[in-house]
Design a protein around this ligand. Structure first.
Ligand code: SAM
Length: 643
């Protein structure tokens, strides 16, 4: 088999990184196995390249080194530069699995199976290790890990730098054999995340990692021992695409010295080796201290031994999809004019007055930029949606439907008829019924469950309390409207499936709280088109966990303060404060001796419309409700999520 340069994957490791990996594995080996003379330690570099790892291994005092390299062109210089290394200029995958080593280190070749099927087929035909572990969609370096594991002595270490995609791949893809092989035979003891920095000049946009495996001894295997995983995370905030060797070199020397640097995080992963054997997606960058807090939060969200999830109670659905926004969203002073109680619509360049039933077909509609915590920006209204509800006409034949619409809504019908051809064409192109040109294409109904069947959302958009959020967002910003709020598909609505144990106002407070902000960060819940992360990632509190009087009084006060926030954010009127301050009098939380003084500060904040203070107060009430220390959460956010 003659391989070209790309197929050999000749991307060589920078000097500082090979130096780091060698020193790091030496430290780990000596710490775990005790000091022994370095000459005894048998080392393997399976894909030597120009020998950068060999250079540092020798500098560090190792002498018993074996190396493989398939490319004959590198032979002369390798032999010349490293006369004491035992070289095999052959395919490493054909090497004898029974020859065992204490340390295996290197940068194996990366080559995707998808685009190199022929090469993989030849490997499978020629080498038993490849035959045993071949699976579609894999990478060549997986074979290097498999054979590396087989060639390790019990207690021995393997450290490779590779791309990091295999860690989060699910079972069905190329890691089918790799992950079970690792967890059966080894402990992952260290994982270094390099995804935020660039290491290799010619590998554009590549995300890398270094990992260290330790082969299990037979007793460890029998007793099913578990071990923690040490994480080193390099958080470089500037452009991860630019190559800055000098800076990288500094960072790696800091890791070795054990000195602090604000771009280096060291922590124990929330996942242990036992977790790895159960999970297919190895989300290692999940600090144990963060996981402990998440567990604590979730312990208040357990109902009948199950975790209460947002998706158990609510369907998350997009707003409306229209056939053409520009025809259905009428802009004030363009397509429509408001004249005292009258509304006029422009048809063929003339304005005509709408009848009372027609006026009801115009709905306030918003895009997601209008959304803010606890409410929305009224000034961001997109316009007025011309909304016919399909279910009002369902019983009628198509022809009759047309007649009926033009009878009840003559002007709106005439308005739309101007665009009838274009609207019908758009529907035809989308393979939808051309006669449906009056109606939104999606978002006016949802199917919830068998009992309720198809739910008509018009009355809910019109005048029921509802929670919504942007369909792409990094933060937990949940808007709220009591009155008419229609939105386009860049908004997600929460529609109730089954009644919750808490009021919608309480849930609104919870969703906008710092506690959920923490969940967003810890579980990387950013809303990105897919809603499943939010449905399954946000646990909802269970009422039965808050039985004590004190907890009930906290919930009551959260609700009251949140009602004030909704008022304040949407339409602050000073007179409203009186209503709230009299309700505060009856708050049992504020009646206790230790909390008594807060009442005045809350009223003061309300008087000057200080929503920030009230929000902070609510945040603290949530911490108390979940028995959490707010300072600790602030610390964790600062420590791990760079804010
Ligand atoms: C990514 S480079 C790394 C080289 C070196 N370890 C370093 O870090 O600079 C991979 C090397 O493996 C060699 N190689 C590719 N397939 C091989 C195989 N099956 N057996 C041994 N060496 C191989 C390539 O020629 C290349 O030099």
């Amino acid at each position: 088999m003659d391989l070209n340069k790309n197929q050999l994957s000749q991307i060589f490791t920078p000097d500082y990184l090979a130096e780091f990996m060698v020193k790091n594995i030496k430290n780990l080996y000596l710490a775990k196995q005790g000091i022994e003379s370095l000459e005894k330690i048998k080392i393997l570099e399976p894909s030597a390249g120009k020998g950068i790892f060999l250079k540092h291994l020798i500098t560090e005092g190792f002498t018993n080194i074996t190396a493989y390299e398939i490319d004959q062109k590198l032979e002369t210089s390798l032999l010349e530069n490293y006369p004491d290394v035992k070289f095999e200029f052959a395919n490493f995958l054909g090497s004898n699995p029974n020859e065992k080593f204490d340390i295996i280190i290197g940068n194996p070749p990366y080559l995707g199976q998808n685009y190199n099927a022929q090469i993989f087929q030849e490997l499978v035909e020629n080498y038993s290790i490849c035959k045993k572990y071949f699976v579609g969609n894999m990478d060549l370096f997986y074979f290097f890990i498999h054979l590396g594991i087989d060639k390790l002595k019990p207690g021995g270490f393997l450290s490779f730098i590779t791309t990091n995609y295999w860690l989060t791949k699910s079972k069905k893809t190329g890691i089918k054999h790799l992950k079970p092989h690792i967890t059966n035979d080894c402990f992952m003891i260290q994982y270094i995340d390099l995804s935020k920095i660039k290491i290799f000049k010619d590998a554009k946009g590549q995300h890398n990692c270094i990992f260290v495996l330790q082969k299990k001894k037979s007793l460890e295997k029998e007793k099913i021992l578990d071990k923690h995983i040490q994480i080193i995370q390099i958080n470089k905030t500037n452009d991860s695409n630019s190559l800055d060797h000098q800076y990288n070199e500094l960072l790696f020397s800091k890791i070795l010295d054990n000195s602090n640097h604000n771009h280096i995080k060291k922590y124990t992963s929330g996942l242990t080796n036992a977790d790895l054997s159960l999970q297919s997606n190895w989300n290692l960058l999940y600090p144990r201290e963060v996981k402990e807090i998440i567990k604590q939060i979730e312990s208040f969200c357990m109902k009948n031994k199950n975790l209460n999830l947002l998706g158990d109670y609510f369907s998350i659905r997009n707003g409306l999809i229209l056939i053409k926004d520009e025809f259905f969203i009428l802009k004030e002073n363009k397509q429509i004019i408001f004249d005292r109680d009258n509304i006029l619509i422009k048809i063929n360049n003339r304005f005509t007055k709408l009848n009372p039933l027609e006026k009801k077909r115009l709905k306030k509609i918003y895009k997601s930029r209008a959304i803010k915590p606890y409410g929305y920006l009224t000034e961001e209204q997109e316009g007025y949606l011309l909304f016919f509800n399909k279910s009002d006409f369902e019983q009628l034949e198509i022809g009759e439907r047309d007649i009926q619409i033009s009878k009840i809504y003559p002007n709106l019908s005439n308005y739309l008829k101007q665009y009838e051809k274009e609207l019908k064409k758009t529907l035809e192109n989308a393979n939808e019924n051309r006669y449906d040109f009056y109606f939104p294409r999606r978002g006016s109904h949802i199917r919830q469950n068998r009992e309720t069947g198809l739910v008509n959302l018009e009355p809910l958009y019109d005048n029921s309390p509802k929670i919504f959020f942007k369909f792409i967002s990094q933060e937990n910003i949940f808007g709220y409207a009591l009155d008419q709020y229609f939105a386009l598909s860049d908004t997600y609505f929460l529609w109730s499936k089954t009644p919750t144990e808490f009021s919608l106002i309480f849930l609104l407070a919870y969703l906008n709280s710092n506690l959920v902000a923490f969940l967003f960060k810890a579980k990387s819940l950013a809303v990105k088109r897919s809603k499943t992360k939010i449905e399954n990632g946000i646990p909802l509190p269970a009422l039965s966990k808050f039985k004590s009087k004190e907890k009930r009084s906290i919930i009551e006060l959260i609700q009251l303060l949140t009602e004030w926030l909704v008022y304040s954010v949407n339409s602050f009127k000073e007179s409203d404060v009186y209503k709230f301050s009299s309700q505060l009098e009856s708050s049992s939380y504020l009646r206790t001796a230790e909390n008594f003084t807060y009442k005045d500060t809350i009223i003061k904040a309300m008087n000057i419309n200080d929503a920030k203070y009230i929000q902070e107060f609510i945040n603290n009430l949530f911490y108390q409700l979940f028995d959490l220390d707010g300072n600790r959460i602030d610390y964790l956010i600062k420590e791990y999520y760079n804010v």
